[in-house]
Ligand binder design. Structure first.
Ligand code: PMP
Length: 365
């Protein structure tokens, strides 16, 4: 069996040991005589699977007791609506536009209230995180229900290296593509959410971590908020108002435990930074490849780069594929290449990509 070096942006590489464990347990989970795929979500066995997943995540991130953890469906995209519907109590929020997904979230919020753009880097095709000072000043005026950021911009390969100073205004962050890549200071946020399909598990699970006081009075827009999207209800029902993505949650739990067993988030960050540095260093010394994100805004999860010519980019992508390297085609909004180097992408895979880039450059000149 030959597994490729998988640099897909998501769904993305999962730890092989997690896949093997799931394979072993597929027909008979823990002596239950059935697969997790076949098991009632109301069973004691599944309850312990979801409880263990949450406990493991709480240990990893050091989630304080006054934050609730939800395992929802509908992708990160459904939360673009869930956030304003639950949190826009006075009807005004601030958005930092740092990429496509932040913009989609902002557009969705505009349907429900006043979503003010506090800063944007769209003028340079989102190649940087904009200056946070002005946005922070505006946010601290305290008339916003929340300030929204997309902490790692999967398509553009940028990442916040510090958080905007929002004072008492709750910070809401889409951390889909940097979730579990590095430690997060959960107390700094009102709400954190992530689609699982990059670092945490398969597509179909979205983790929402939300401060209890922000949801205890029910959705801000209870008049129109779909019942399913009510955070208070989902918290009260332990993410089981209806049938959750049982198998997805089971796999997330296994990935959380793998992160714990491999040293936790500090060790994960060190490995991710080493992988990213290897590629950025190569790009910075290359005559052929150029980074597309400004150096001070670079992501440690998605490395975006290109040559000066779309045909050369295509030739490189084909060259890489012939060498067992998959998923490096860039998103159409940026072009070029993108290597997503999430937790389950090993240094060995990153070294294989680096060698491939060097060999391609040597053959090209
Ligand atoms: N936010 C970010 C940062 C993403 O990378 C993505 C998808 N890649 C989304 C939101 C949308 O996620 P989903 O497809 O799960 O709705």
């Amino acid at each position: 069996m030959a597994r490729v070096h998988n640099f897909s942006a998501g769904p993305a590489a999962l730890p092989e040991c997690v896949l093997r464990e799931a394979q072993t347990e597929l027909l008979d989970y823990a002596g239950s005589g059935m697969s997790v795929l076949e098991m009632s979500h109301r069973s004691a066995t599944f309850q312990s699977i979801i409880d263990d997943a949450e406990a493991s995540l709480r240990r990893l991130l050091g989630i304080p007791g006054n934050y609730r953890v939800l395992f929802l469906q509908g992708g990160a995209t459904l939360q673009f609506a869930g956030i304003p519907l639950n949190l826009m109590r006075t009807g005004r929020a601030g958005y930092l536009l740092t990429g496509n997904f932040a913009k989609l979230a902002w557009k969705e919020a505009c349907r429900y209230g006043e979503a003010e753009v506090l800063a944007t880097s769209e003028d340079t095709n989102f190649d940087r995180i904009p200056n946070l000072e002005a946005a922070g000043e505006r946010a601290s005026r305290n008339d916003l229900d929340y300030v929204y950021i997309c902490q790692n911009n999967t398509i553009f390969g940028t990442m916040f290296s510090e958080l905007p100073p929002t004072g008492a205004t709750p910070l809401v962050a889409d951390v889909s593509s940097c979730f579990l890549s590095l430690p997060l200071e959960v107390e700094r946020y009102g709400l954190i959410y992530a689609g699982a399909q990059k670092n945490a598990g398969p597509a179909g699970v979205t983790v929402v971590i939300v401060r209890e006081d922000l949801i205890e009075n029910g959705p801000a827009r209870a008049d129109i908020c779909p019942t399913y999207l009510g955070y208070q209800l989902q918290a009260a029902k332990g993410s089981m108002y209806n049938t959750p993505n049982t198998f997805g949650i089971y796999l997330c739990g296994k990935v959380f435990r793998w992160v714990e067993q491999t040293g936790g988030l500090t060790a994960m960050e060190a490995r991710n930074r080493a992988k990213a540095e290897l590629l950025y260093d190569l790009i910075d010394h290359s005559e052929l490849f150029h980074g597309t994100a400004q150096p001070t805004s670079r992501s440690i999860a998605n490395v975006t780069f290109r040559t000066d010519d779309a045909n050369t980019d295509a030739a490189f992508i084909a060259f890489a594929r012939e060498r067992g390297i998959e998923g490096v085609k860039g998103h159409r909004l940026v072009g070029g290449m993108r290597a997503s180097i999430y937790n389950a992408v090993s240094m060995e895979s990153v070294e294989a990509l680096a060698t491939c880039m060097r060999n391609f450059e040597a053959s090209w000149s």
